[in-house]
Design a protein around this ligand. Sequence first.
Ligand code: GTQ
Length: 372
Amino acid sequence: MSREKSEEEVNQYYENMKRDLVGPLWHDLGHMVTKEPVHDVEPYLWKWETIRDYALTAGEILEPGKDAERRVVYLQNPSLLKRGLVGYGTHTLYAGIQLLLPGEMAPSHHHSQTAVRFIIEGDGAYTAVNGERSYMERGDMILTPAWTWHEHKHEGTEPMFWMDGLDVGLVRTLAASFFEPYEGGFYPEEPEKNYSAEKLAGGAFAPKGEEKKPGYPSPIFNYRWERAQYELQRLSESQDNEDPYDAYAVEYINPTTGGPADSRIGTMMQKLLPGQDTKAHRHVHSAIYHVLEGKGYTVINGEKFEWAKGDFFILPPWSWHEHVNEGTEDAYLFSINDKPVMEKLELEFGETYKENNGRQKIEKTFEPSAIV
Ligand code: GTQ
């Protein structure tokens, strides 16, 4: 076949294409079908004292149920704000820190985003999911699966802080967000407290004849810290159980499927013994970390993120990372991730860092920077 167009004609052709909103794939394939994941998610870290202060001050400004649906200070990834994406921690995940003061309540609503909570400080408050109450304590992980009615009420005496994790970015990208407040404010409550959490603790029982089918949502919705810690203690007693990239780690699961506790947000707790460090790897899924206990750092793409109890940090997709416990006590890192989604879509993939015995060279140390 001959190519007979003059340079001028070819240039005109490209100009016309722009006008008619069509494009030449022979120029642009590499921008669309990239060799590796391309994204706008930067790693970032927030100090607990900063967030806690903002949340406490919000306690003096507004009251949930009266002035606002929820009293939450959310984490804003600066790189995603530049794209106009408000409330994004990663491209898929949101994290907010909710404060409920003694006597307060946050009314019932439901949404198509799925949510998990991780309790940071305080006790005596409960979340009710479809009317079933579960009292929350530090270190517990609570599910409010997509479209379940949920409300929070504080019957204790001290401020209560927890982390909310929702798949805000994912649902926005998929144009699938729905939200509805519960007519009348509060969903009718069932008499049982902590029923789901406790019914599987010492066995599993169901009324004779009841249909028993595996699936979502998980029959447990409060995953107790005590149990997670017990599992991690058991694992960390033998080095054979050590994961080279995540130290001693458990994923919260749905016992009826063996899969993730929530169908879209993955949840994991890692334990690093004093001085323990991991090797670097990277994977498609992104994560938001919360430091339950300990002091150390995570190297993300050559940058050192120093963390201490209460801090939060972003692990972007496809980013080399390794963790180090620099303290004299055990470190516990809780994280939410979008791995269940990547796995369902058959997009999850990972790689291990081969050089330097799996340790990255630290090129800089992260400093939080206000946007000016
Ligand atoms: O507690 O239901 O941080 O609906 C964001 C959205 C918390 C909640 C958030 C929510 C909630």
